[in-house]
Design a protein around this ligand. Structure first.
Ligand SMILES: NC(=O)c1ccc[n+]([C@@H]2O[C@H](COP(=O)([O-])OP(=O)(O)OC[C@H]3O[C@@H](n4cnc5c(N)ncnc54)[C@H](OP(=O)(O)O)[C@@H]3O)[C@@H](O)[C@H]2O)c1
Length: 277
């Protein structure tokens, strides 16, 4: 069983809540337990019912974040990017020497976070994605200038509790975001359009949903279970001159590859624009 020092999780909204759930369901032994802090009383009360979780309610205790991080070896900041700077300034003096600060805030570089933190605190920037909610996430992890192997290992252990992890250099985070960060939305978009096509072929809403979602789920399960390449599995179901080939020819003519290339590139360009303000 992997073990970690006490973890403070600041912000338990959509992503913070998913990380907490994943950690509680995982085999990770968190010595010192998990402290959570948020401005929403209901979230703190609900989530701190677990015996391993201590809640600090920012709506009634102005020192909630500082109290949560005192003595924690790992601090995860899971607030919106525009809320991050003030939060770091607020907790900076309460962080122990050797703390690993893990930020999930999209678009905020480690250099900017390091500016607001003492030099004895290491920063790791991570980019999770929404399937972390069901422990099927893909998370990119990048080290800041003061982070060493121990800090990366800590972040890896945390996010392996909610799925798969890839460690990259920080200058690859925008590219990674364009694939795995935004990727679930591309897949949902595909499923929406595919479901419309099923309706156009005469199926009811429920039937279309069953057919499309079952097919997508089954295809991914088959890919995982067989370990074969998508290309090999595609060829297996595409008889020359058959129905599947007729449909694939239409998809090829629309150049799905070029569209995805342009879409992901557009996401990378937009990340650069957002960072530049
Ligand atoms: N959701 C995703 O799929 C996803 C994927 C990748 C990265 N992220 C990143 O994850 C971060 C959080 O996103 P989210 O969707 O989880 O947001 P969210 O649902 O709004 O959760 C953030 C929580 O933090 C609370 N909070 C704000 N300021 C705080 C403070 N100073 N101290 C304590 N708690 C505070 C918020 O309360 P209030 O509502 O009162 O502000 C809210 O409950 C963002 O930076 C985002 O870029 C999210």
């Amino acid at each position: 069983m992997t073990s970690l020092p006490a973890v403070a999780l600041l912000g338990v909204g959509a992503m913070g809540g998913s990380i907490l759930q994943g950690l509680l369901e995982s085999q990770v032994d968190i010595r010192g337990g998990i402290r959570i802090s948020d401005q929403w009383s209901q979230r703190v009360t609900g989530l701190s019912r677990h015996p391993n979780v201590v809640g600090y309610d920012g709506s009634i205790d102005p020192a909630a974040n500082r109290r949560a991080v005192e003595g924690a070896g790992i601090v995860i900041v899971a607030v919106k990017p525009h809320q991050l700077r003030d939060l770091l300034v607020e907790i900076a003096d309460s962080l122990d020497e050797g703390t690993t600060l893990v930020s999930i805030a999209a678009g905020v570089p480690t250099s900017l976070m390091e500016e607001h933190l003492p030099s004895h605190v290491a920063v790791v920037r991570v980019m999770p994605n929404s399937p972390a909610r069901v422990r099927s996430g893909v998370t990119g992890i990048a080290a800041g200038s003061r982070a060493g192997e121990r800090d990366l290992d800590r972040a890896r252990t945390l996010f392996e509790a909610v799925g798969e992890v890839l460690v990259v250099a920080e200058d690859r985070i925008d590219a990674l975001t364009s694939i795995s960060g935004s990727g679930p939305a591309y897949v949902f978009h595909f499923i929406e359009r595919f479901t419309e096509a099923a309706r156009a072929r005469g199926f009811s809403d429920d039937e279309a949903r069953l057919l499309v979602e079952g097919t997508v789920r089954g295809a991914v399960d088959l890919l995982t279970a067989t370990g074969e390449t998508p290309a090999a599995l595609r060829v297996q179901v595409t008889s020359p001159g058959g129905t599947t080939q007729a449909a694939l020819e239409v998809l090829d003519a629309a150049d799905l590859g070029a569209t995805l290339d342009a879409a992901t590139l557009s996401a990378v360009v937009r990340a650069g624009e957002l960072a530049a303000g």
